[in-house]
Design a protein around this ligand. Structure first.
Ligand SMILES: [Mn+2]
Length: 307
């Protein structure tokens, strides 16, 4: 049954734009919550429509931040997976709702579809409820640098031989470690010697590290030939800020990570300074600060008096 279900884009999901803001989110926005403001936010590889998407963490991120411009750098919706098995919990609608709400509040939203949401690419140049769809974009930072923004699957043909290795480093590695325990439990039951899956996995991980490094090299070199100062991409689910030198020119490579494993966002502060956020760490910081505030509410703490 689920197999037969037609892919719901754009009629159903983008159709929500028409009924917005009558829709109500399943998880309401916190009332009067303070938002950290940035000049620009980049997120990618959200993979809405899959169980892997950390929707609740992303909702928390969207509820605690704001920006003049927000780039959705591809693989926001996982059309490949949705086509196979329809999976769309209320939190995934909440993310669409929050992004549309941002656009309505005045944030410029630029959506650059990736390979998993390539079905949106034909809509490049169009605007849905304040969301501009573009194939790639140039972003000018506050400190006068020009960055090329693209998803990054454009380099898959070059990387073809190593493509699948990108994901071995995280997800598959953990699956293999888990599997290793079960395999050896089984082998022990049949008096077979211990067999190490981890030895093979470690070899693959080394290849994954090489793959990532090569990918960053290839993407930054492509940016250099376009005469920009840097590049922002996603695609390989590996957040990074790295400086490359190509033909004597310095090129900044920014990868905004993903919301499956890393839960990262790339942000530009109002002075042009760039920062990678790891949202679980940001939540921990926020909760620690709230705990301190709660403690000091009863009276001044020695630390506060000293300050
Ligand atoms: Mn991708």
């Amino acid at each position: 049954m689920a197999e037969d279900r037609a892919f719901p884009l754009p009629a159903d999901i983008l159709g929500n734009v028409a009924s917005f803001p009558d829709l109500k989110p399943a998880i309401p926005e916190p009332a009067g919550g303070e938002r950290k403001r940035y000049r620009t936010i980049w997120i990618s590889d959200v993979h809405l429509g899959t169980k892997g998407c950390n929707a609740k963490l992303l909702i928390d991120f969207l509820d605690h931040t704001d920006s003049d411009t927000m780039y959705l750098v591809g693989d926001i919706i996982d059309g490949w997976r949705l086509r196979k098995k329809f999976y769309w919990p209320p939190e995934h609608n909440d993310i669409v709702w929050r992004i549309l709400k941002r656009a309505k509040r005045g944030t410029r939203i630029v959506y650059i579809p990736g390979n998993h949401d390539e079905m949106i690419r034909p809509f490049s140049g169009m605007n849905f409820g304040g969301v501009e769809i573009l194939r790639a974009a140039y972003h000018d930072t506050a400190d006068g640098r020009r960055l090329l923004v693209l998803h990054g699957d454009e380099f898959d043909t070059i990387m073809l031989a190593h493509r699948w290795l990108a994901f071995v480093g995280d997800a598959l590695y953990h699956v293999m470690m888990e599997l290793n325990i079960w395999v050896n439990r089984f082998r022990r039951a049949f008096d077979l010697p211990y067999w190490s899956l981890s030895k093979m996995a470690k070899h693959k991980v080394k290849n994954a590290v090489e793959f990532i490094s090569r990918y960053e090299e290839v993407v930054s070199r492509a940016a250099a030939t376009r005469g920009v100062d840097g590049v922002v991409c996603g695609h390989i689910h590996t957040a990074e800020i790295r400086t490359f030198a190509h033909d004597g020119k310095s090129i900044e490579y920014y990868n905004d990570g993903d919301w499956v494993e890393g839960c990262n966002a790339l942000v530009e502060h109002f002075d042009g300074r760039m920062e990678l956020l790891h949202w679980p760490t940001e939540i921990a910081k926020r909760e620690a600060a709230a705990a301190v505030e709660e403690n000091s509410a009863g009276g001044p703490t020695p630390a506060k008096v000293a300050a």
